[in-house]
Design a protein around this ligand. Structure first.
Ligand code: ADP
Ligand code: MG
Ligand code: MG
Length: 251
């Protein structure tokens, strides 16, 4: 089995249990980066929430992760196993310095795995090495989480958190919010830095442009709650040239 193995996934949301994901199959082996692209409303974000176990999503079907079916597990247990969804909408946390936030997030994860806390000096080294890669300054680490950060700074913070936590499997959902080229490059650098033979990644994106900086192993097109086409990186270029029309009509 692949690291992430989704079989016949159905997800319904809301009071009327509206079906959004309608029989989705997807396998992401360890060591690979897969991209999911698709028009607005095709269910990309719903998929990422269903994978992490967010409340309010009625899920049936299998979600295999590292050989275990996690589809009934609490979000905390999935996170402890190393499944991580990057923040889409950065939360501001007044009064909590970014460094403190990162330390607590890392130690909570270690605790859930039965590991010891990281010592203060080891943690500082761990963060500084990763902050340097992303041009995150010591000053920014002292400021309260995301408070008064520019869009680009929030994006760097989001990626820094992923680099600090070193998840086994990273899901990045880049929404329709207009990322500029610099922010796209920050995301791409983070993804490329996290590439590893024992880590898998799912990069959900509206932007073919992002895939100019990240070369995915596979590209999947999602329409109306299903994967309707899969291919190599050339599929992203085809979508850039031709758009989603033919997939939307076929779905
Ligand atoms: P995407 O990320 O591909 O743009 P979403 O997963 O955000 O798509 O949304 C897919 C569809 O599900 C949309 O039609 C959206 O309106 C609907 N949807 C998402 N969340 C909810 C919800 N909580 N209640 C009702 N409908 C929802
Ligand atoms: Mg959307
Ligand atoms: Mg979305």
């Amino acid at each position: 089995a692949s690291m992430l193995d989704i079989t016949d996934l159905h997800v319904a949301v809301g009071e009327d249990a509206k079906p959004i994901i309608k029989g989705l199959n997807l396998s992401v082996p360890a060591g690979e980066v897969h991209a999911i692209m698709g028009p607005n409303g095709s269910g990309k974000s719903t998929l990422s929430y269903a994978l992490t176990g967010r409340d309010g999503y009625d899920v049936t079907g299998g979600i295999g992760f590292d050989g275990a079916d996690i589809s009934e597990m609490e979000p905390e247990e999935r996170a402890a196993r190393g499944l991580y969804l990057s923040f889409q909408y950065p939360v501001e946390i007044p009064g909590v310095p970014t460094l403190t936030f990162l330390k607590e997030a890392l130690n909570a994860q270690r605790k859930a795995r039965g590991e010891d806390e990281m010592s203060a000096p080891d943690f500082m080294k761990h963060v500084r090495e990763r902050a340097a890669k992303l041009d995150v300054s010591a000053d920014m680490l002292k400021r309260p989480v995301n408070v008064g950060f520019s869009g680009g700074e929030k994006k760097r913070m989001e990626i820094l958190q992923a680099l600090v936590l070193e998840p086994r499997f990273l899901i990045l959902d880049e929404t329709d919010s207009g990322l500029d080229i610099d922010a796209l490059k920050v995301v791409a650098e983070g993804v490329n830095a996290l590439r590893s033979p024992d880590r898998g990644m799912l990069v959900i994106t509206h932007y073919q442009r992002l895939l100019d900086y990240i070369t995915p192993d596979r590209v999947h097109v999602m329409a109306d709650g299903r994967i309707v086409a899969s291919g190599g990186p050339e599929l992203a270029r085809e979508l850039e040239a031709e758009g989603y029309d033919k997939y939307v009509r076929a779905a």
